[in-house]
Design a protein around this ligand. Structure first.
Ligand code: HEC
Length: 257
């Protein structure tokens, strides 16, 4: 009897937790994060992401826990890293340091651009994984003259970061829809209108951001694909081992019964 009520308690607890989670999700504002593509095993995509990261993000952000030579894990040779990714005064064993001086960054933007090494792991939320957040964040900048940088962001309202990829994406304007929610009129994002085209088509831009986000994700946990590979072998071993243990057990107890 006692165990039963204990089980019931657990089930009740689980149901309550689920209810709380669902409730929390329902309260999130109008923006639903877009699902980031998974290209974790696509070396070409990760390399493209690394290139975008070095070219467009390292000006302001560091990845202080990441060394350039680690990029060999995503298939780049040390010559390729040296020729294409290293700035003149950096060495291949260096960590990825921002070009900008942190003091100056603070003075310019009001906040320090955060280190991005583990950013993909720190931004998971009710709207999805950290990767989903980044994928949405980097695709939802729009012009806003009331902001110091001239830009605003849909996933991170009032972000102090300008739209550094605007040349690629062009200029887009959010289009809102007025809907009634619990008797009140609220504005909900309906879609985007391209005001000025970028050098990339919307599809190419989304793909590039997908690559960049996968790179950020990889950087947060460079050994994750190794771990998955090792994990599969461990599970296989355990499976085989279980079979032998089961047969041995039967053999040992055969005469006792
Ligand atoms: C001109 C400088 C600059 C560049 C270049 C830049 N950022 Fe930022 N970034 C910032 C600043 C400043 C912040 C802090 C924003 C804030 O907290 O309001 C920021 C914040 C962020 C955040 C954190 C958002 C959050 O939820 O807290 C992410 C992620 C990010 N940047 C990604 C990138 C990526 C990826 C690139 C390259 C495509 C990039 N940034 C290029 C200045 C920059």
């Amino acid at each position: 009897m006692k165990t039963l009520s204990f089980t019931k308690k657990i089930i009740l607890g689980l149901m309550m937790t689920l209810g709380v989670t669902l409730g929390a999700q329902a309260n999130v504002g109008a923006l639903v994060w877009d699902k980031a593509p998974n290209k974790m095993n696509d070396m070409a995509a990760l390399q493209n992401g690394a290139k975008l990261f070095v070219n467009y993000c390292l000006n302001c952000h560091s990845a202080a826990f990441m060394r350039y030579n680690r990029l060999q894990d995503i298939g780049l040779t040390s010559a390729q890293i040296k020729d294409n990714l290293l700035a003149t005064n950096t060495k291949i064993g260096d960590t990825m340091k921002a070009a900008i001086d942190p003091q100056q960054a603070k003075a310019w933007f009001g906040v320090n651009p955060p280190d991005l090494t583990v950013i993909a792991r720190s931004r998971a939320g009710a709207g999805g994984t950290g990767a989903d957040y980044l994928y949405t964040y980097l695709r939802t900048f729009y012009k806003d003259e009331t902001k110091p940088t001239g830009w605003n962001n849909m996933a991170f309202p009032n972000a102090a970061m300008p739209h550094v990829l605007w040349e690629l994406q062009g200029d887009r304007r959010p289009v809102y829809e007025e809907i009634e929610q619990h008797g009140a009129l609220v504005h909900v994002l309906k879609g985007w209108e391209q005001v000025k085209p970028g050098t990339m088509t919307p599809l190419q831009y989304d793909e590039s951001i997908g690559d960049l986000v996968n790179y950020l994700q990889w950087m947060g946990e460079p050994i994750q694909s190794t771990r998955v590979r090792v994990g599969i072998w461990v599970l296989l071993f355990l499976g085989v081992f279980t079979f032998f243990a089961w047969r041995l057990n039967a053999a040992y107890w055969k005469d006792v019964k």
